[in-house]
Design a protein around this ligand. Structure first.
Ligand code: NZQ
Ligand code: ZN
Length: 388
């Protein structure tokens, strides 16, 4: 096991009606900016519940944060918050609203060009404190320090991370997710599954507990994913899914183990180029990348086959292929395609374009062994494109 420091400071309020728990979390004199997306929180009662909980506070609002949150929109919020001297941010929505709000929090006090936070990895020395009300289980953004921001002007989608951006608290009320369209539920299951894989499917690092944490999340998602999609208002199923997605990316399962993240880096380019939903980019990359790297990932692929899918018979290569196919079937059963050709706009030169974009950003050594080079990316996407 590698050395690690684990500290997740986000206080979680989980369960029905827990939005009411936020009032004591926010200083009484704070000027709060409530941030949200395209309006789902106004339709599902989250907006009213948040305002009710903040009755004693001064609350301003900023809506319109789009999926794959846009730099320009977020900078509008930054200017507004600076002018109004906002000193607490409350994000209510999915990963995009939460990520966007982390960026706003970091950009408000930032000296210099705030895009440097994403483009140059400029250090975030301070951020306005923020809290979250999560309405879409998927990204783990509610209790992690990461955010991914897009800039249409340059068709970039870039991540940043800062400990100052950990939410102070997160409300996870599964009932607030009942209004999700099926597509977003399916996306969420796939995103959480792939987050787990990025931290698990690498090479053995003498970390059996982290392995079993990861395997339990994968098995739980396989079990409840299709059920919660079919029965969207079943509280217990949804609660299990919500908690699985949070645990998949809150730092716990990744502590002390190698991590991959190549699938995500490739996926972000596909979203930036073609507007494909985040989770849907992952589903067209991961199976094919696992095939391309099956030698480097052999031991963990065999463990995945055996422990997660119960595949124990056959030659090594057969078992690995069987496990990858089962994973593909699982994604497809949720309505999420696993072949690049399923997405409009993708052309035969897409693999080369994505590889060269990653190269131009200096992302030439991805993966846990830094061996996912641009040619490997190209081969992976070509395989996905050609898959029947
Ligand atoms: O904008 P509104 O009206 O709220 O509608 C949203 C949006 O259209 C809707 N929605 C959310 N909750 C709802 C709801 N509709 C009905 N009822 C509800 N309860 O869902 C749509 C998609 O929302 P979005 O926030 O974009 O989805 P998701 O949570 O999947 O977030 C995706 C973003 O997170 C980033 C992705 O790159 C992408 O930009 N990620 C963030 C990560 C992190 N912070 O750690 C890690 C991930 O790997 C990912 O990269
Ligand atoms: Zn993701």
């Amino acid at each position: 096991m590698f050395n690690f420091t684990f500290h997740n400071p986000t206080r979680i309020h989980f369960g029905k009606g827990q939005i009411s728990a936020i009032s004591p979390e926010i200083p009484a004199k704070a000027k709060v900016l409530l941030t949200y997306g395209g309006g789902s929180i106004r339709q599902n009662g989250v907006f009213e519940q948040a305002l009710r909980a903040l009755k004693g506070h001064t609350v301003l609002e900023f809506g319109g944060i789009e999926p794959n949150p846009e730099f320009e929109t977020l900078m509008e919020a930054v200017r507004f918050a600076r002018k109004e001297k906002v000193d607490f941010l409350l994000a209510a929505g999915g990963g995009s609203v939460l990520d966007g709000t982390k960026y706003i929090a970091a950009a408000i006090p930032f000296k210099g060009d705030p895009w440097d936070i994403c483009r140059k990895g400029a250090q975030v020395k301070r951020a306005i404190p923020l809290g979250t009300i999560l309405t879409l289980p998927a990204t783990g953004s509610e209790s992690n320090p990461f955010a991914v921001i897009s800039r249409a002007e340059t068709s970039e989608k870039l991540a940043f991370s800062s400990d100052h951006c950990y939410p102070k608290f997160a409300v996870l009320d599964p009932e607030t997710t009942f209004s999700l369209p099926a597509r977003q539920v399916a996306n969420g299951v796939v995103d959480a599954f792939v987050h787990t894989m990025e931290q698990y499917l690498t090479y053995p690092a003498n970390a059996p507990l982290q392995d079993r944490f990861a395997e339990s999340i994968l098995q739980t998602l396989i079990e409840v994913g299709p059920k919660t999609l079919a029965a969207p208002s079943d509280y217990d199923l949804r609660a299990t899914f919500v908690w699985s997605a949070t645990m998949a990316l809150n730092g716990l399962i990744g502590a002390g183990v190698p991590q991959d993240w190549a699938t995500h880096m490739i996926g972000h380019e596909l979203t930036a180029l073609y507007g494909i939903d985040h989770a849907r980019t992952l589903a067209v990359v991961l199976p094919h990348l696992l095939r391309v790297r099956k030698e480097q990932k052999r031991e963990k692929l065999l463990q995945f086959a055996s422990r997660v899918w119960g595949v124990q018979k056959g030659e090594d290569g057969e078992r690995i292929e069987k496990a990858i196919r089962k994973m593909e079937k699982f994604f497809e059963s949720l309505g999420v395609p696993t072949r690049l050709s399923a997405h409009p706009g993708v052309e035969s030169d897409t693999p080369a374009i994505v590889a060269s974009r990653l190269k131009s950003r200096g992302f030439t050594k991805l993966g846990e062994r830094q061996d996912v080079t641009p040619p490997v990316v190209e081969r992976t996407l070509a395989l996905s494109l050609a898959a029947a």
